[in-house]
Ligand binder design. Structure first.
Ligand SMILES: NC(=O)c1ccc[n+]([C@@H]2O[C@H](COP(=O)([O-])OP(=O)(O)OC[C@H]3O[C@@H](n4cnc5c(N)ncnc54)[C@H](OP(=O)(O)O)[C@@H]3O)[C@@H](O)[C@H]2O)c1
Length: 270
């Protein structure tokens, strides 16, 4: 079964904190010894990560993905030019805002757009921009991996963060379609759906102390996620996220595959 250990060079976008940073280190430590390229906006965090690894298999690149398509294209062209072996991208970058629609005057529309662009539009554009390179690797006999990170909130939204949940629901749906479209290639679409996990995501909202009572410790989440990635799971669903998926969306991924990849006469594709 093709899995993360087949990747030679893994780009992790959003590797300066939380899940992305810990995944970058854990992937670096796999016995397959891939090169890891850590990306994010904060250069000092990237420098700290490179220093921590203590070897040259962690590279860093600064990027702000909340930008135009043309700038993302430049980023991907530069990166694939510099690291032609890159065969996996983990899309961990994300932001979250609380919005109270009972108080419409409190809502900053720029934050809605930033959240949607960062969590969805930029991710789809990055996937689009990496695909020609990944398909070229496939043609040379190598697998490649697109690894979006969504959330259990993609399945059952938390109303205090309505736009965030919509971005994650959009990315989840997109990932299901993308996997089906690429089913006959050797590009693996592996969606990670975390539960509430220890990270910096909620720090700017002031909700970290309350959430930290319930969240899964980062180490535990990373251990279970790496196990799923090494098993080659198409969806790596951890902790409470597995219970939510099982209860409210059981069979959806299989249905997309059955109807649109294998073909099911009972459900003609519409
Ligand atoms: N923690 C949870 O409970 C939880 C649950 C479900 C899903 N998730 C998802 O898991 C992913 C990781 O979140 P986390 O919890 O680890 O949050 P985090 O600790 O806040 O880390 C978020 C990362 O995203 C990067 N980032 C944000 N905006 C960016 C931009 N415009 N360009 C490039 N990088 C950007 C940040 O780096 P810079 O600021 O340096 O750019 C940081 O490395 C996110 O997609 C999140 O939605 C988290």
């Amino acid at each position: 079964m093709t899995n993360i250990k087949d990747a030679k060079c893994v780009l992790v976008i959003g590797a300066t904190a939380g899940i992305g940073r810990a995944l970058a280190l854990a992937i670096h430590d796999l016995d397959s010894k891939p090169t890891v390229i850590a990306a994010g906006r904060r250069q000092e965090r990237l420098d700290e990560l490179a220093a921590k690894s203590g070897d040259s298999r962690i590279k860093t690149v600064q990027v702000d993905i909340n930008t135009t398509y043309d700038k993302l294209k430049q980023f991907v062209d530069d990166l694939t030019g510099r690291y032609p072996d890159v065969d996996a991208v983990v899309l961990s970058s994300g932001i979250q805002h609380i919005f109270d629609f009972e108080k419409p005057e409190s809502i900053d529309v720029n934050k809605i757009a930033d959240e949607f662009n960062t969590n969805y539009v930029a991710i789809v554009n990055l996937i689009l921009l990496f695909l020609p390179h990944f398909l070229k690797l496939n043609a040379a006999g190598r697998p490649s991996f697109i690894i979006p990170i969504t959330s259990s909130l993609a399945i059952v939204p938390r109303p205090t963060v309505p736009n965030y949940c919509a971005t994650k629901a959009a990315l989840h749906s997109f990932s299901l379609s993308l996997r089906a479209q690429l089913a006959h290639t050797n590009v693996r679409v592996v969606e990670i759906l975390p539960p509430l996990v220890e990270s910096e995501l909620h720090d700017h909202q002031g909700t970290t102390p309350a959430l930290s009572i319930f969240w899964m410790p980062l180490d535990q989440f990373i251990k279970l996620t790496i196990e799923g990635l090494v098993r080659g799971d198409p969806e790596v669903v951890v902790g409470m996220a597995a219970a939510v998926l099982q209860r409210y969306e059981k069979g959806k991924r299989e249905a997309v595959e059955q109807i649109y990849v294998r073909g099911d006469p009972a459900f003609p594709p519409s």
